[in-house]
Design a protein around this ligand. Sequence first.
Ligand code: AMP
Ligand code: MG
Length: 267
Amino acid sequence: MNRYRIQPGTVVDLAAWDPADRSAFDGDKDAARGVTKELNNRLEELQELLYAEAKHKVLIVLQAMDTGGKDGTIRHVFDGTNPQGVKVASFKKPTEWELAHDYLWRVHRHTPGAGEITIFNRSHYEDVLVVRVHNLVPPDVWSKRYDHINAFERILFDEGTTILKFFLHISKEEQRERLQARLDEPHKQWKFAKGDLSERKRWDDYVGAFEAALSKTSTEWAPWYVIPADRKWYRNLVISKILVDTLASLDMQYPEPEEDLESIVIE
Ligand code: AMP
Ligand code: MG
């Protein structure tokens, strides 16, 4: 899965990353779903252990173009995990109160505690993506944020947080199909926002903003992965695999039981 990881210092050109790539798996969609199911069972076990040990903190950042599959990833990859230890924080347009503070203020309080996995559905990266594309603050303000973000994530890492950042990479054509499906299917219409069409017109600006973010903020302590996301089954497989491998590498242990449990008789 290292093939999808951005090495620190790389200048990312998204045109060189195929959103329909499936080179890490040799089978078809059904076979992939079977493997993903096994990974999902393994993730459940690892999450239980993470929660029991209550030592590590895990932060997962999801970013994508609109319709990129952030919601679907949360639904499928974390299916069956224990809601007690898995949190989702979704970052919307900031409120007036949030805007009255620095941009990391609303983010920091949602970072995971010991034993928790927190998924950021959008994140502080919006402050160098939508904010940059729409000039919501001047360039001399947003351009400093890449360094802030690296330092912020370094604090989290130094204090025991494992950070994984996934850019769900879809093609413009795939976005067209997904937006069309949101128009056509009644149970998907709630997800359609007319604003998504004006954002789509800025596709190239978003590509530029994502390339800058991926280039400047993939670090040893908080790596970015570019996930081929045109095929949902492949996206779920790759993210599940990276998660399971990462959690397994933490070498977690269940806490020591209290002494002399064998001699206890419950009356
Ligand atoms: P959704 O995820 O579809 O519910 O949409 C959330 C919206 O909030 C998106 O249009 C984001 O671009 C927007 N958003 C999130 N964070 C920020 C931010 N820091 N500044 C401006 N807009 C934001
Ligand atoms: Mg939306």
